[in-house]
Design a protein. Structure first.
Ligand SMILES: [Fe+2]
Ligand SMILES: [Fe+2]
Length: 284
C-alpha cells in the first residue's frame, strides 16, 4: 500500500484530564515560543520514543502545533496527546488522513464517526482544534482533505493509495464531498485578524510547495496531497505563516507573502527529507 513517502516510494482519557489540571495549576508565563511538527507516526517505536523523550522542562511556556498523522490508533493518539499536553503550555492539533483510517477497528464505523470520536479525545486531553489567541499572535487550525485539484489520480494510485482501503465514507460521499465536509469547519475562523496570524493544516494548500527534485514517478501522489480549496481559505485568512504536513518533505518557502513550512517527522527511513526535531516558527 502507498503512503506519502518520497525517498523510496499508558494512557487513557482520565490520564489526559489529570495532566491538564496539574499543568494549569503550576504554569508560570514568560516568553512564548511556537513549535511545529507533523506526521509523528508513532506506530513506529523510534518515533514513539522521541515523543516520550520530549523534555518535561524546556517547553512549559510554549505552544505546539501538531499538524496531523500521529497514528491511526485511537489508543496511541490519546497517549501522544497526553504526553505533549504535559510538556507544552498549549497544544493545537488537526487530524491527518491516518487518524481517519478505520480498517483496523474491531467494529469499524465510518471515518466521519471516527472524526467525532477524535474530537472528544482531543477535548478530554486539553488539546485545541480552535483558534488560539495570545497577545499579537493568533493561530488558526484548518481542516481539509484532498479533492484531486492537484491532478487526476492514475489507475496505479487508485489501486495503491492506502486511504482508499483504510478510510470508509458515507455511500454518497465522493472525495470532493470529503474535502468540502472538512473545509466547511474552517469558515468561522477565516476572518481572524491579528499582528501575526499563523495557520496550519495537515494537507497541502498548493502543490507548488513541493520541491522540483521530487522524482516524476513519485509525483503520482500529488492528486492526494491536498486541495486548492484550502489555499482559497488561506488567501482569505492572509496568515504570515502556514504550517502543513502530509508530504513528509521538510521545507520552508515564501509564496505570495506567506511562509509555508513543513516540519514532518516522517517515517524512520526518511532521514534525508525530515529533520526529526521540533521547529520553532515564531516567538511572542
Ligand atoms: Fe504522514
Ligand atoms: Fe498524511
Amino acid at each position: 500500500m502507498v503512503r506519502a513517502s518520497w525517498l523510496q516510494g499508558p494512557d487513557r482519557q482520565g490520564f489526559c484530564g489529570s495532566r491538564v489540571a496539574a499543568r494549569a495549576a503550576t504554569r508560570v508565563t514568560t516568553q512564548m515560543r511556537i513549535f511545529a511538527v507533523s506526521d509523528l507516526h508513532i506506530d513506529y517505536p523510534g518515533n514513539k520514543r522521541w515523543v516520550a523523550d520530549l523534555s518535561g522542562m524546556d517547553y512549559r511556556d510554549d505552544v505546539l502545533i501538531l499538524a496531523g498523522d500521529v497514528s491511526d490508533s485511537i489508543r496511541l493518539l490519546e497517549w501522544c496527546l497526553g504526553i505533549v499536553t504535559a510538556r507544552f503550555a498549549h497544544v493545537l492539533y488537526v487530524p491527518g488522513n491516518h487518524e481517519l483510517w478505520v480498517h483496523r477497528d474491531e467494529r469499524p464505523g465510518t471515518s466521519l464517526e471516527k472524526f467525532q470520536q477524535i474530537l472528544k479525545i482531543v477535548d478530554a486531553c486539553g488539546v485545541s482544534m480552535r483558534t488560539f489567541h495570545r497577545n499579537r499572535i493568533s493561530i488558526v487550525p484548518l481542516l481539509g482533505w484532498y479533492d484531486y485539484s492537484f491532478g487526476t489520480p492514475s489507475e496505479e494510485l487508485l489501486d495503491a493509495w492506502m486511504d482508499y482501503r483504510a478510510c470508509r465514507w458515507p455511500d454518497d460521499f465522493s472525495v470532493s464531498h470529503v474535502a468540502e465536509y472538512f473545509l466547511k469547519f474552517n469558515d468561522a475562523a477565516l476572518d481572524v485578524a491579528n499582528d501575526t496570524v499563523i495557520s496550519f493544516s495537515h494537507f497541502l494548500p498548493r502543490i507548488d510547495v513541493m520541491p522540483a527534485y521530487i522524482p516524476s514517478q513519485k509525483q503520482m501522489l500529488y492528486p492526494v496531497l491536498g486541495s486548492a480549496g484550502l489555499e482559497a481559505q488561506i488567501r482569505r485568512l492572509r496568515p504570515a505563516i502556514h504550517v502543513y504536513g502530509h508530504s513528509h518533505v521538510n521545507r520552508s518557502l515564501t509564496l505570495d507573502e506567506v511562509l509555508y513550512v513543513n516540519n514532518a517527522f516522517g517515517y524512520p527511513h526518511e532521514t534525508g527529507i525530515t529533520a526529526k526535531a521540533l521547529k520553532c516558527i515564531c516567538t511572542d
